[in-house]
Design a protein around this ligand. Structure first.
Ligand code: TYD
Length: 213
């Protein structure tokens, strides 16, 4: 399976801090413009995307519209296709020497849609997509993750404890598969303080070859 160089993804349960940490990482890049060697151009992104398919997915996640689980799995794959290959997509950016980091990617489909649709469908729908170079897994127990998102307005359809417990089990089973495929998988203790987690993320990203070019 093809690996996209210069591409990293953040994965974890809802409430594990991927979104906060990606924002902090982007701030780090913006705050160090003149380092030696110079930092590569940085692009942070997320799935579901802000594009038309991603917006449709968000209305499903928010419970505003209801679709069959298999339809939703198809939408995530369609959104991902656009994210990779569409205008200003991940593939083009990485080829041009940008460092791209996405808050969620293909593993989220195997984990979340694996629960709603069974193992086979998300694997089939996602079988042609390339792998990231680095996968950072934000490891947090589902109870603590649940406490963190409790205060959030408008929780999505997957944000309940039983679902998140199953999601964590699926992540744990999936990560070795990625390692075997040649993806660098780093597990971050997401129960640590925000600054410590940010430090661990920074160190993991530093090890990407693009950072020492
Ligand atoms: P999330 O990162 O929680 O977005 P936000 O911070 O805006 O709430 O992602 C939204 C949800 O989408 C999350 O519960 C995981 C789910 N998801 C899938 O079910 N499959 C996928 O392929 C992806 C990318 C996300």
């Amino acid at each position: 399976m093809l690996i996209i160089h210069n591409f990293a993804v953040f994965e974890g349960l809802d409430g594990s801090g991927t979104t906060t940490q990606l924002r902090l990482l982007a701030e780090c890049f913006a705050g160090h413009p003149a380092s030696d060697p110079p930092l590569p151009p940085f692009f942070d992104t997320s799935e579901p995307t802000g594009g038309p398919v991603g917006r449709l997915i968000r209305s499903v996640l928010g419970g505003e519209i209801s679709l069959e689980p298999a339809t939703v799995a198809g939408l995530f794959a369609a959104d991902r296709h656009e994210h990779l290959y569409g205008k200003n997509g991940i593939i083009g950016r990485c080829r041009q020497g940008e460092l791209v980091v996405s808050d969620r990617y293909l593993p989220s489909s195997l984990v979340y849609q694996g629960i709603t649709c069974g193992e086979e469908l998300p694997r089939k729908l996602n079988s042609d997509f390339p792998f990231p170079e680095l996968l950072l897994f934000f490891d947090l127990d589902p109870q603590t993750a649940g406490q963190r998102i409790k205060a959030r307005a408008g929780r999505d359809i997957y944000e309940h404890l039983e679902f998140q417990i199953r999601a964590r089990e699926r992540y744990k089973a999936l990560l070795p598969e990625y390692e075997e495929a040649g993806v660098r998988v780093e597990r971050v203790d997401a129960s640590a303080g925000i600054g410590d987690v940010a430090g661990a993320v920074w160190r993991a990203v530093q090890k990407m070859p693009i950072m020492s070019r």
